[in-house]
Design a protein around this ligand. Sequence first.
Ligand code: CP
Ligand code: NVA
Length: 300
Amino acid sequence: MKHLLKLGDLGREEILTILNLADQLKYERKNGVFHPYLQGKKLGMIFQKSSTRTRVSFEAGMYELGGCALFLSNRDLQIGRGEPVEDTARVLSRYLDGLMIRTFAQQEVEDFARFGSIPVINGLTDYCHPCQVLADLMTIREVKGSFRGLKLCFVGDGNNMANSLLVGAVRMGMRFSIACPAGYEPDADLVAWGKENGDVTVTQDVGEAAEGADVLYTDVWASMGQEEEKARRVKAFAGYQINGTLMKAAKKDAMVLHCLPAHRGEEITADVFEAHAGEIFEEAENRLHAQKAVMCKLMK
Ligand code: CP
Ligand code: NVA
């Protein structure tokens, strides 16, 4: 494993290795045990979009591993003024031991990996969000014990989250269903891959998608960069909501997960959110542990 550019880069065994290390790091941290696995190492973090969880969990995680993290805003870097990725990647590779990037185009993350000589971690693109899904898988396994026989249902936009969740579910042997309005399906190639390699259903019917689900997942209707489409999306996604009625279609002990930030009253109702806040905030915490494991695997 040289980079984490998308979840599909990892095989089932590699994902399990990361999850096992993440569990161990979480347990040790609870007991006040910290290993300086990345002593003296430096992670650059390029952000072309906002972030709360990704920024803070990577920065705190690097500190806990004995290294340090540099927050690099697009607004301050020369890249924001047109310096090419191929130059930026080669320069940063001379100073740093790893690079996390949050941006729009997946190609940009791929280019950083291609032109640089240090591990690159995708901290979200329009296409996918692998770090989030590693934390999601960790949370599901914590609560359910294993992935065997589980059904994961995503309600809403076939966006970066849906794409990575589809891949994560298929890799771990879970059934995956998504309910989304026509025109908002996940990436067509990923759906085709998922249908060939696992059990993937794409439907416009929320009740059908949620039927018997063990995990219900949702995300905002308008992602970062889609602010101008907000009004159109609010109309298109009406009904694509995790609420009390939909919960009845899922299993009685179904979990509810949300990558956050959440928009109560849109993709999820406030009552369902609060009833599952324990799981949702554990999921947010698990970003820290899962990413520490990823950094150890890539940068140690
Ligand atoms: N879930 C997630 O990636 O959150 P941030 O946008 O706050 O980093
Ligand atoms: N789909 C959302 C996820 C945020 C973590 C976005 O891209 O804005």
